[in-house]
Design a protein around this ligand. Structure first.
Ligand SMILES: C[S@@+](CC[C@H](N)C(=O)[O-])C[C@H]1O[C@@H](n2cnc3c(N)ncnc32)[C@H](O)[C@@H]1O
Length: 348
């Protein structure tokens, strides 16, 4: 599947530098605007040199009504580009060492007097207000005591965290009871640490999902697929099955999927090793079946908790109390399936 080679590569080699495009952030964040008023937002995997998350919240600071924006970066993050030259006043040595930074903003005004608030105003603020831009004491690891103190201050965390640490990352957000909207891979839904959060409707997928291009550092090797270099020499990789993991509510997740197929045992086989029917395409879920149904994981991008409950997965059948078996029909092993059940009384 498109982009999956990049996902596997990332997990194996801990290649975590994938920079998110502003368009991807804007098209998701527009569904949650009401959540941010008076809130402290933390972007804790976000070097302001590269991060469009920082850029998005800085530019929209006033329109979202933010109370504070905090961004921290990690010592391992290399320089990919310097679109946002916030650190021009630093010596070249400092710039290449890149000790991690913290940015804290509690206001953004039209300092440049051009009639609007933009990135130039944010740059002005960081250059002229002491304490807006400071060095972290440690390495900027989201698990460090210093970064956890910042997490405690935050209401909502929004970022694209390192894929190789996704399990730990989401567990920490849940442990500290934070609102969040973070980019991840669809397959993480079935992780044993994460699936129970979906089953209890404490986490769900956001509005957009699919295959998206991410900027990568120059040091990343060229690939024959899902790779390109643009006219500015910037390398890009395409990642498959990208989606947003969140606990912020949004309208679309409460919309019922329209179901128009009727159940028939001839059309919907049961698994060889588990008492549920196999539905190969989400659109074919029967409208009149109330037992357990196995569907592809992409179902989760359309899940409405008022219509279905999540019962577990058929994946490896090992190592997870909700992973009951492999998905096998007539001796043939299928891709992983999410097990769902229609809620009684849910609309057709
Ligand atoms: C997928 S990239 C995304 C970067 C940025 N959030 C964006 O969306 O453009 C993940 C970032 O997390 C950083 N990172 C890796 N390990 C980290 C850690 N333990 N703590 C904080 N950040 C980390 C990486 O350096 C990388 O820049």
């Amino acid at each position: 599947m498109a982009g999956n080679s990049n996902l596997n590569n990332s997990a194996r080699n801990k290649q975590d530098e994938f920079y998110t495009q502003l368009s991807l952030i804007e098209s998701e964040l527009k569904h949650y605007k009401g959540h941010f008023k008076g809130k402290v937002v933390l972007c804790n995997c976000d070097d302001p040199y590269e991060s469009n998350f920082f850029k998005y919240f800085a530019i929209n600071f006033n329109s979202l009504g933010l109370k504070k924006l905090i961004a921290t970066c990690y010592v391992g993050s290399p320089i990919a580009n310097t679109q946002l030259s916030l650190f021009d006043h630093e010596t070249p040595e400092n710039k290449t060492t890149r000790t991690p930074h913290k940015i804290e903003i509690s206001e953004v005004d039209d300092y440049t007097g051009d009639g609007r608030v933009g990135l130039a105003d944010v740059e002005y603020l960081l250059r002229n207000r002491k304490n807006a831009l400071t060095r972290l004491k440690g390495d900027g690891d989201f698990r460090s005591a210093e970064c956890i103190e910042l997490l405690k201050q935050a209401d909502i965390v929004v970022t694209n965290p390192p894929f190789s640490l996704f399990r730990e990352y989401i567990a920490q957000l849940v442990e500290y009871g934070k609102g969040f909207l973070i980019i991840g891979n669809l397959n993480a839904v079935k992780y044993k640490e994460i699936l129970p959060l979906f089953m209890t409707d404490n986490v769900w997928l956001g509005n957009n999902s699919g295959h998206y291009w991410f900027a990568v550092p120059d040091t990343y090797e060229e690939k024959t697929t899902d790779f390109k270099i643009d006219e500015n020499g910037q390398k890009w990789r395409r990642m498959g099955n990208i989606c947003w993991f969140t606990n912020l509510d949004f309208e679309k997740r409460h919309e019922d999927m329209t179901l128009f197929r009727e159940y028939s045992p001839d059309v919907y086989p049961t698994y060889d090793n588990y008492d549920a029917i196999e539905v190969t395409h989400t659109a074919n879920i029967p409208c009149d079946y109330y037992g357990v149904i196995g569907v592809p994981i992409t179902f989760m991008t359309r899940h409405n908790p008022g219509q279905f409950s999540i019962e577990g997965v058929l994946d490896s059948g090992t190592g997870n109390e909700y992973d009951y078996a492999k998905a096998v029909v007539n001796g043939k092993q299928l891709y992983a399936r999410i097990l769902i059940r229609r809620k009684q009384g849910a609309a057709q």
